[in-house]
Design a binder for this molecule. Structure first.
Ligand SMILES: Cc1cc2nc3c(=O)[nH]c(=O)nc-3n(C[C@H](O)[C@H](O)[C@H](O)COP(=O)(O)OP(=O)(O)OC[C@H]3O[C@@H](n4cnc5c(N)ncnc54)[C@H](O)[C@@H]3O)c2cc1C
Length: 407
């Protein structure tokens, strides 16, 4: 295939991963982002084993592992009875099976950004992409980019190139990155629920680049956690108007051990509200562009898969462009490699989300009295662990099977 010039709209997980992988193939790559200083928004995420494999391909796996916190288990209790209704252990897939990694979004962004720059990608910031016209990006101020051979839409779930912001799900969440406090499992995502209406969670996310690796050496805590509280977007204004202390009382009532974390939250603005949506556009490839990451498929974060999906998309697109001589065939191959896995996880996410975030007592009942006992049946722990690890549907095999093996 001739040396392509590629525009990537969006400097998030998908865009930066694509940029590095495509530069590694020797293609010309220019990234565009609306932010003057590209940076991540939000708190922490879990990188699943499949996503970590892609970061290894990019050459960023060791750097992110050095910053993140290994996550061995996802654990949740339903109050007031305190019964365990979520207990997924990565080791259920086998003694040496890789676990997840809790990371600060800033750490993931920096590692990917450094990799893209080191690979030679150009980055144009302050470029608000509004549309595509004849292989050129059209910006909000009316300016146009040069013409490219391929435009990749990595603008996230509100991408104007994939139909704009989708309808949000009823529940979102308040998030904050806080200093790690004792009293929580250092290797688990822990959650507490009251029915499916209330949920509070704590996820270890390691540290940011540049902060000392050892709290003992630094003389202060540098390890962090992501703290989140489920909130309906229709309740957000009322939450903002009410005293913060009233909300803290609600959190304490559900999980008293969060007190040292709550003490770090002084103002409503210390928490960021994130909305979620479910949407998959039918075909990721059009005459205008090819979609990767959330601009193709977005879901609530209950299964913790979005960033992993974005990384897998990037690897699939790079492999397809590497191995197909015909440009159309490469894009078709990309859609084929990812289609099945994406459908499977969109379905799973759609099914699981109401068990953790909804107004319905019925969903909480199903979670506590049907899903939870089933999850302890023989083979179920391994299947659930594989689901969380992102391995159901064998996405790496799909990317590697017709290609040269995934290195
Ligand atoms: C609260 C929350 C928790 C989550 N937890 C997890 C988790 O545990 N595990 C996991 O794998 N995933 C998780 N996700 C999902 C994950 O964050 C996303 O799936 C992932 O970030 C998608 O990457 P992306 O590159 O497609 O989009 P984004 O990361 O959203 O990047 C989009 C980029 O495009 C830029 N941009 C947007 N619009 C424009 C425009 N018009 N012009 C120019 N630039 C623009 C933005 O500035 C940004 O840099 C979570 C998401 C949320 C909201």
């Amino acid at each position: 295939m001739k040396r392509l010039s590629i525009a990537i709209a969006g400097c998030g997980v998908a865009g930066l991963a694509c940029a590095t992988l495509l530069r590694q193939l020797g293609l010309n790559v220019v990234l565009f982002d609306k932010l003057e200083t590209p940076q991540p928004l939000g708190s922490g995420i879990i990188l699943q084993p499949v996503g970590l494999r892609v970061l290894d391909e990019i050459g960023a796996g060791d750097a992110i592992r050095a910053l993140g916190a290994p996550i061995q288990r996802l654990f949740g209790r339903a109050e007031p009875r305190g019964n365990v209704v979520l207990d997924v252990r990565y080791a259920a897939r086998g003694k040496d099976a890789p676990c997840g990694l809790g990371v600060h979004r800033g750490a993931l962004f920096q590692v990917l950004y450094d990799a893209a720059l080191a690979a030679g990608a150009e980055i144009e910031s302050g470029r608000d992409v509004a549309a595509v016209h004849e292989k050129r990006l059209v910006f909000a101020d009316g300016a146009m980019s040069a013409r490219f051979d391929l435009i990749i839409d990595a603008l996230g779930m509100r991408s104007p190139l994939s139909g704009g912001a989708p309808k949000p799900l009823p529940f979102g969440a308040l998030w904050a990155s806080l200093d790690w406090a004792g009293g929580f499992d250092e290797a688990a995502l822990e959650q507490r629920y009251r029915q499916a209406r209330k949920m509070v969670g704590v996820l270890p996310i390691g540290r940011l680049q540049g902060s000392p690796a050892s709290a003992r050496h630094a003389g202060k805590a540098t390890r962090m956690c992501a703290f989140f509280w489920s909130l309906k977007h229709t309740d957000r204004d009322a939450w903002l108007k009410a005293p913060l202390e009233a909300w803290k009382d609600e959190v304490r009532a559900l999980w008293p051990e969060t007190e040292p974390l709550l003490a770090q939250i002084a103002r409503h603005e210390d928490l960021v509200f994130a909305t979620y949506a479910h949407r998959t556009i039918a075909d990721p490839v059009s005459r205008a562009c090819v979609h990767v990451g959330d601009s193709w498929h977005c879901a609530s974060p209950q299964l913790g898969q979005g960033a992993n999906m974005a990384l897998l998309d990037a690897l699939a697109l790079a492999r397809a462009l590497e191995t197909q001589s015909n440009f159309d065939a490469a894009l078709g191959e990309y859609a084929r490699m990812r289609g099945f896995h994406i459908k499977l996880y969109q379905l799973a996410s759609w099914m699981f989300t109401p068990a953790y975030q909804s107004d319905s007592d019925a969903f909480a009942f199903v979670r506590d009295w049907i899903m939870s006992p089933i999850s302890r049946a023989p083979f179920a722990p391994a299947v659930l662990a594989a689901l969380v690890a992102g391995e159901i549907g064998a996405p790496l095999v799909a990317i590697g099977s017709r290609q040269s093996a995934v290195r």
